[in-house]
Design a binder for this molecule. Structure first.
Ligand SMILES: Cc1cc2nc3c(=O)[nH]c(=O)nc-3n(C[C@H](O)[C@H](O)[C@H](O)COP(=O)(O)OP(=O)(O)OC[C@H]3O[C@@H](n4cnc5c(N)ncnc54)[C@H](O)[C@@H]3O)c2cc1C
Length: 494
């Protein structure tokens, strides 16, 4: 089968690409999704308390504002419903093929196109999906997500544990935690959301903390019916509201780039701990010793109060092994539990490791990225013509909405397609020297920032300590650079 564009993934990124292509009349595309439904992050993460931590009016598409958000930070079900609704509004249902896992793709210099290899996913239910099909296309857009593959640390003896084990991204809803002894491993963005509701249900909750996160108060509230009416009646009002949120979040970049300025926010975060936690020892354990912003800054009003409950115990000794009955820590204590829940995040660095992507001259993407993932504008990779990566290297944010970045990248892809059309060219590749210069510039900006100088080890950094995750600047600068494809960055094949 030949297509113009194959989009892989149906999260915010894949859907944005599909909507924009359809709007431009570039209808010859297909979305391949390995799961049974769309939504990516917001389909997979169904743990109790799951919600976005960027205000929903900004964490949504600028071209599809939702005046009906019921909270400042919408919960998972509402965000998922928003994405499902978009699939109807933009008539994408017939364009998405579920149960199709893309395993790799090969570039053919002769035709200037790609052959995409697929497998039928175990969970696939779509009847029109042929297993193991290959699809020829001109362009491939990867929207496979950076926070998609759960990361579970290798702990000695874990396989011997007699109880239930699951990761927050694959919550076991069939398992009732009521009255159980529960271990939670990890204190990242997901854990701080599900610990409070689990603590209410469990008989005992033991939280294993390696490094405490910085947590600021969450300015959350329901959005009243009157406000929702006003947003429906006066769309400009909602745009203004969104712009105000955007501006407030963008201001944070100044602090991230100048770690010394974080002292004020650290004071606020320490007051937040002090207000909720009376026990000085627990307060000490919960107070980070690195600069705020070095790891993702979290927001919550119920996490610290949950940790002060009589049935919650915070353990800071390192985990050495798991036995049939529980978790053993470095001090020799065995913490007996019925269930272990991992809130240990995602495998960010090797999001593409499982994919056999072969570009020009037979070069594999895994080889091109052996020393670390690099792209131009986080979107194109030298040696891989007509291939685009959404939410690619250094497009992540620690201060604002990923949806803004996705929209910028999608605009760039469309401009690349327009450029090819205008020049009557077949394929477009990135000049390696432009890609190298772009990445050198990123490294320089990152070097001065809190992510590198803040005295922590975060998932933003790869095993060599290089930050290949974040965009280190104001997001409007990224938008500016992705507005138009600069022909000087590219090699066009006639
Ligand atoms: C719990 C949680 C909360 C978050 N909250 C926020 C927030 O508040 N603000 C923010 O800006 N960001 C947040 N993020 C980051 C979030 O991941 C992004 O904002 C955004 O949802 C990413 O969309 P995506 O389409 O790139 O990836 P995903 O949503 O991960 O979608 C990728 C899709 O690709 C599919 N796929 C993957 N591999 C294949 C394959 N080989 N073949 C076929 N299909 C494949 C997956 O099944 C999935 O549907 C959060 C992340 C998590 C995990």
């Amino acid at each position: 089968m030949r297509r113009s564009v194959v989009i892989v993934g149906s999260g915010f990124a894949g859907l944005c690409m599909a909507i924009r292509l359809a709007e431009q009349g570039r209808d010859d595309f297909v979305v391949l999704e390995k799961a049974d439904t769309l939504g990516g992050t917001w389909r997979d993460n169904t743990y109790p308390g799951c919600a976005c931590d960027v205000q929903s009016h900004l964490y949504s598409f600028s071209f599809a504002p939702n005046p009906n958000w019921t909270r400042m930070f919408a919960r998972q079900e509402e965000i998922r419903a928003y994405l499902e609704d978009l699939a109807d509004r933009y008539r994408l249902r017939d364009r998405i093929r579920y149960g199709v896992t893309v395993t790799g793709a090969e570039y053919d210099a002769e035709s200037g196109g790609w052959t995409v290899h697929t497998e039928r996913s175990a969970s696939g239910t779509s009847i029109d999906t042929a297993g193991g099909e290959t699809i020829d296309c001109r362009f491939v857009v990867w929207g496979t997500g950076a926070l998609h593959e759960p990361s579970v640390p290798e702990i000695d003896g874990l396989e011997r544990f007699d109880g239930t084990v699951f990761h927050s991204a694959h919550w076991d809803h069939g398992h009732d935690l009521t009255g159980e002894k529960v271990a939670v491993i990890g204190t990242g963005a997901s854990a701080i959301q599900f610990v409070p509701p689990v603590a209410e249900r469990a008989a005992e909750l033991t939280l294993f903390q390696r490094t405490p996160p910085w947590i600021l108060p969450k300015v959350d509230r329901p959005i009243s019916a009157a406000e929702r009416w006003a947003f429906r009646a006066f769309p400009a009002l909602q745009r203004l509201y969104r712009a105000a949120i955007y501006a407030r979040l963008e201001a944070r970049v100044v602090g991230f780039r100048n770690p010394a300025l974080m002292a004020g926010l650290e004071l606020l975060a320490k007051l937040h701990i002090r207000r909720a936690v009376a026990d000085p020892e627990l307060r000490r354990a919960l107070t980070p010793d690195y600069t705020l912003g070095c790891k993702r800054v979290l927001i919550s009003n119920d996490y610290y109060p949950a940790l002060t409950r009589d049935n919650v115990n915070v353990v800071t000794d390192g985990i050495v092994r798991v036995t049939e009955r529980g978790v053993v820590t470095a001090d020799g204590a065995e913490h007996e539990v019925d269930t272990i829940i991992f809130g240990t995040g995602f495998k960010v660095a090797d999001a593409f490791a499982q994919l056999a992507i072969v570009g020009r001259d037979g070069v594999k993407l895994t080889d091109a990225w052996r020393d670390g993932a690099e792209a131009h504008l986080g979107t194109t990779v030298a040696g891989f013509p007509n291939l685009f990566v959404l939410v690619g290297p250094n497009t992540g944010l620690s201060h604002s909405s990923m949806v803004y970045m996705i929209e910028s990248q999608v605009a760039y892809v469309l401009d690349c397609l327009d450029l090819l059309d205008r020049r009557g060219a077949r394929a477009l590749d990135t000049r390696p020297e432009r890609q190298a210069a772009y990445n050198a510039e990123l490294r320089e900006k990152l070097a001065g920032g809190v992510w590198q100088r803040g005295g922590c080890r975060s998932w933003y950094l790869d095993e060599n300590g290089v930050n290949r995750t974040l965009w280190p600047d104001f997001t409007f600068r990224f938008r500016g650079r992705t507005r138009h494809a600069d022909p000087a960055d590219l090699v066009l094949t006639p």
